[in-house]
Design a protein around this ligand. Structure first.
Ligand code: A2P
Length: 340
């Protein structure tokens, strides 16, 4: 990182991802000249710590972005839809974690390990989109395979942590679990059914085609990031009673023949990946190993014996860090270094 420094705003600073964005800026020593923490009027005046200082949270408003160079948004899709254009017209670059802008052809959708060159497209709208958490970790793992062997089709099933839904969902899993082990009544507010000791095969709303919005995000975002509309992707996304880190079972059909050994060797050197693949020693990725760090863990690599060029993988990553905050701050690092 150069000697440049930037005025940074975090919109949604009091939320699960916003909070992690603040920690990530600190931990990665991002060159912050001044930080502005923004949330709803409910949080105005609340104080949050940044680099040892207590910073007052301000209400997010249309004029919040004067003098700001980079704004990290994680305050929900509606908020991004409304406020990101105001931020961009004030001259700052928005890195948006919501789904509001991801499929806009004038907005780059970026995983730094996969398509950092796409960041250059930020000039059209002043907005860069952070992909969906499940897409990010899948593509960090698949990118080396895609570049070397090509990919015809991906079949993915996810096991997603409640933190992806935000703070209220973390509280709901905690409260329901405590209620159940104490044999007392619980309430269900965030999800359509109880999440404690259960799995919900529904993330976001159902669409006309029978898939959920989350499932179609994985399909459409994968094609946009790989810049390839021909890749077949089919996803089943499931919410599980885990607090942090998403897991994914990923089946890939490559264009050219591939062995498990070749994939292991590629992923051992891949940026952002930690290979954990020693089944005899019971070494494989798990949410408890992925949580609280930034690498995408990959293991259980084996040939899909039912097809010609098939490989199976098991992939875990911290959905709040690499799946959201860290990916956004990595984009900000490249933006600051190469473009601002
Ligand atoms: P607040 O805490 O004031 O409600 P999470 O995803 O963990 O639920 O967090 C959502 C984040 O987005 C919080 O920081 C929340 O602020 C913020 N937020 C939600 N709605 C708005 C809004 N209309 N304007 C500004 N910030 C909002």
């Amino acid at each position: 990182m150069s000697a440049k420094s930037f005025n940074v705003a975090v919109a949604g600073a009091t939320g699960a991802v916003g909070n992690e964005m603040i920690k990530c800026l600190e931990a990665r020593n991002f060159p912050v000249k001044n930080i502005k923490l923004l949330a709803s009027s409910r949080s105005a005046g609340k104080k949050l710590s940044f680099m040892g200082d207590m910073v007052s949270v301000e209400e997010l408003r249309e004029d919040s972005f004067k003098g700001v160079d980079i704004a990290l948004f994680s305050a929900g899709g509606g908020t991004s839809q409304t406020y990101a254009p105001h931020a961009a017209s004030s001259g700052c670059v928005v890195i948006d974690n919501s789904s509001a802008w991801r499929m806009d052809p004038d907005v780059p959708l970026v995983v730094p390990e996969v398509n950092p060159h796409a960041i250059a497209g930020y000039k059209k709208k002043g907005i860069i989109a952070n992909p969906n958490c499940s897409t990010i970790q899948m593509l960090v793992a698949l990118n080396p395979i895609y570049r070397k062997f090509g990919i015809r089709r991906i079949v993915v099933s996810t096991y997603q942590a409640v933190s992806g839904t935000g703070k209220k969902a973390i509280d709901e899993l905690f409260d329901q679990t405590r209620a159940m082990i104490n044999f007392v009544d619980y309430s269900t507010n965030v999800y359509p059914h109880r999440i404690a000791f259960n799995c919900l095969p529904q993330i976001d709303v159902f669409l006309e085609n029978g898939y959920t919005k989350e499932e179609m995000k994985m399909v459409n975002e994968t094609r946009k990031i790989f810049e390839n509309d021909k890749i077949g992707v089919t996803a089943t996304t499931v919410r599980v009673p885990v607090f942090y880190s998403h897991s994914e079972s990923v089946n890939v059909e490559t264009l050219t023949p591939v062995s498990a050994e070749e994939v292991r060797a590629l992923l051992a050197m891949a940026p952002g990946v930690k290979l954990m693949d020693d089944p005899k020693e019971k070494i494989y990725p798990m949410p408890i190993l992925a949580a609280g760090q930034d690498l995408t863990l990959v293991g259980r690599i084996r040939k899909d014996e039912s097809i010609e060029n098939g490989i199976n993988l098991w992939v875990c990553a911290d959905n709040i860090r690499k799946g959201a905050a860290t990916n956004a701050v990595q984009i900000a690092e490249i933006l600051g270094r190469d473009y601002l």
